[in-house]
Design a protein around this ligand. Sequence first.
Ligand code: GLU
Length: 508
Amino acid sequence: MMEMLKRYNLPNRRSKIEDRKSNKVRVRFAPSPTGYLHIGNARTAFFNWLYARKEGGNFILRIEDTDRGRSSERFERIILEDMRWMGLEWDEGPDCGGGFGPYRQSERLNIYKEYASQLIEDGKAYNCYCTPDELEKRRDELLGRGIAPKYDGRCRNLSEKERIRYEEEGRRPAIRFIVEEGMVEVDDIIKGNISFNCNTIGDFIILRSDSVASYNFAAVIDDALMEITHIIRGEDHLPNTPRQILLNRALGFPPPMFAHLSTIMGHDRMQLSKRHNGVSIEYLKKKGFLPEALLNYLSLLGWSPGGEVEIIPLEDIIKRFSLERASKGAAIFDPDKLKWMNSIYIRNMDLERLTDILIPFIRGEGVDIEGVDRGWLERMVDTIRDNIETLTSVSDYIDIFFGTDINICKEGIALLKDNSAIDVIKAVRDEIREVDSITHDIYIKMVSSIKKRMKLEDKRLFMPIRVALTGRTKGPRLDRIFPLIDKEILLKRVDKALDVCTQNLEKF
Ligand code: GLU
């Protein structure tokens, strides 16, 4: 044992919290790479990150991949990519190392085995030879009698003879931790004081018969060895907390602080899950949400800075963040609010950056923008930015700016049947013919002269022009669209609109 302690530089079992290398806050995000990062665990990662940044501490990324059947390298890669995309950089982790590695649990299996042996030596754990089938049968029997299932402790005091018999039968033992009667108190930073009765827990497995550590055991050891000071995670882990505290005590580790974040629910008030559309970060990224908007939104899921303001720059969130202000009650994930927030960030974003991040989305629509002038592109982006909620909505404007022909929507066709539409569009056509392009100033002059001449109210003036130019009845400002479109294309579009006005419907 001592050899192992030295090799892994394990802290002395009796060390106290004050003996830690420093009093620095150390928090961790510990995803299992068994699926995508989603709103729930992204919020956990973010709150840990925020707390570390606020307190000048360290944010550690640990991969909990002991469940080899369900874990995959692909998901680990995606989780890391998504965290980087959100800007949640970590100080220590599987890719960048750090002084407390390895940071993947699958690379720490020997450490867990050593501690399991230590607990057996100390009389705090024992070999259990019960097979999964036997356990299930007993479990079902208890359930059938309306009793909450719990391990009955039958292997706690096996005689040497019984043990040998089991070994000879070829049974491979798991290791169970002894849970004594009593209460465990948790002083949770968010939830307050919670008591758990150990009677309901029962001796639980810390090392499976294939020598793989259980989640609770591996997490406790890693949290201690990595000198984690605060465990911030979803409240679905609250039932694990008494088990972890008992293990922590049995191993003589200093106790960490706990902060359990309230559950995130969907609109149906069910816990957020894959059933709720659009909860994975991959999906939100592909849909064109901005990481800064997502972080702002996540910050309000179970935390509040106080006051009415909802759009808060990240630096302010960091400054104002505190676990004490995290809410006890459930948070509701509202995709519409996230969209609204995203649109605000799109509207206020630096134009150059917005253009850069929109380019892949424009390309994704099959547009070759190789030879497109950068200045033109930025003006186009600036023109549509007030009208898009997510970056993928750029697809709504591709035909207007990159196409020649446009389809006129049904409502637009109806509007072109209005008596005055034909004269308005003819006047626009005459103006286009006269100039090289319709600049902003020319546009303003053109519409005011048509308006005066034809004595038209705004709607009957602008609607036909909008429909002729864009095929739709709504969209970005016309004075900004006109200058971005070539003369020949403008003429084509007004001619098409005139055809509609004159009932040449067979063309449509
Ligand atoms: N691997 C666990 C999970 O993904 C981590 C739980 C914890 O933070 O302790 O839920």
